[in-house]
Design a protein around this ligand. Structure first.
Ligand code: ADP
Ligand code: MG
Length: 140
């Protein structure tokens, strides 16, 4: 076990419905701390770059449009095994397959508008945190 940091995004479907506090409560109740946070409007170029790994997928264009449709809240979460812990708290990508009590089960609107993003590995967490935050903006 070790203390990790991971990148979290509260997606446009969450800011639009004003449920960011409910989602952050899930993280805090499950042992993760918000050590950096800002509300931003992603540009199309930023959304395309962030999801570049999915460029060839049929849902890429629609995903990019959905991510720029309203503001997002980007966060750094810190805690024991934060990368895997956050994925557990989020639940499966498709809310229909997500476990009870997870964010996506409770809040996601669809497989695309699924309320949250979370880094999928420690290596990607470091890259994704650096994509949005300067070290000086992260206060543990
Ligand atoms: P996760 O966010 O759970 O890591 P992926 O990395 O596979 O999932 O996909 C990135 C995002 O792309 C998902 O969170 C979701 O918003 C969207 N997405 C994934 N699969 C689909 C799909 N089949 N149809 C529409 N959007 C999808
Ligand atoms: Mg992913």
């Amino acid at each position: 076990m070790s203390i990790e940091r991971t990148l979290s995004i509260l997606k446009p479907d969450a800011t639009r419905r004003n449920i960011t506090g409910k989602i952050i409560t899930k993280f805090e109740e499950n042992g993760l701390r918000v050590v950096a946070q800002k509300r931003i409007r992603l540009t199309k170029a930023q959304a395309e770059a962030f999801y570049e790994v999915h460029k060839e997928r049929p849902f890429y264009a629609s995903l990019v449009e959905s991510m720029i449709a309203a503001p997002v809240v980007v966060q750094v979460l810190e805690g024991e095994n934060a990368v895997a812990k956050n994925r557990e708290i989020m639940g499966a990508t498709n809310p229909a397959a997500a476990d009870e009590g997870t964010i996506r089960k409770e809040f996601a609107e669809s497989v695309e508008a699924n309320s949250v993003h979370g880094s999928d590995s420690l290596e990607n967490a470091e890259k994704e945190i650096a994509f949005f935050f300067a070290q000086t903006e992260i206060v543990g």
